[in-house]
Design a binder for this molecule. Sequence first.
Ligand code: IPD
Ligand code: CA
Ligand code: CA
Length: 261
Amino acid sequence: MIGSANLNVMIKAARKAGRSLVKDFREVENLQVSTKGAGDFVSRADIASEQILKDELMGARPTYGWLAEEGGEIAGEDPTRRWIVDPLDGTTNFLHGLPHWAISIALEHKGQIVAGVIYDAAKDEMFFAEKGAGAWMNETRMRVSARHRLIESIFATGVPFAGRVDLPETLQDLARLMPACAGVRRWGSAALDMAYVAAGRYEGFWERRLNAWDLAAGIIIVKEAGGLCQALAPEESIVESGDVICGNEQIFETFAKVIRG
Ligand code: IPD
Ligand code: CA
Ligand code: CA
């Protein structure tokens, strides 16, 4: 697929940051046996990735705004456009040497996400989409899955950790959904969870209290793959609320009914 100039800038930035993270990830795998652990090293890898993305994206489009996990927000000269960036989604996996993490870049225009890139650098899987141009993984066009029976479907979520207050809600969701479906996965990267829904690898995903950078790119990728993506309270904005539910069109209503209770 031939993308727009903006999409090409995003893909180039993701590849460059991906190379840096892959190099650091090899080092992290070695650090697993050290008693000091890899925490500081991973924070530095995360910050280095964000710096590369910022140099590439802001270098190419200096008037756009910027919202990223590590370096906060910068208002752009052009108030209608901003980059929304997670330089490393799936940090806990990265820290533990688990090859399931990604870079996520979204472009927002007038409050709508118009392009998204999620790059799984360890597996060299580049998921991307642009408004009206479909969703892609490397050279392959993606479509959400066609499964429409809950009992044959698998879903993903993020289970709150380290004392987060929303654990009971998620456990209640799981108690309702798990007996009715073929399985629930918790893989530790919300960005890749959304990319996998778009790729038809699982039928749906939901998670509460995410940040804009975790899910912004996923919204357009799921939609352009033919899926539905909403906030848990359907009238709210996904990016602002941070609560998301998405899935293929056939399963969405049944799935959303179980999760929304
Ligand atoms: C996290 C991942 C995880 C989700 C967390 C996020 P991070 O992002 O997306 O799957 O459950 O809520 O914070 O911290 O690895 O960038
Ligand atoms: Ca994240
Ligand atoms: Ca992150």
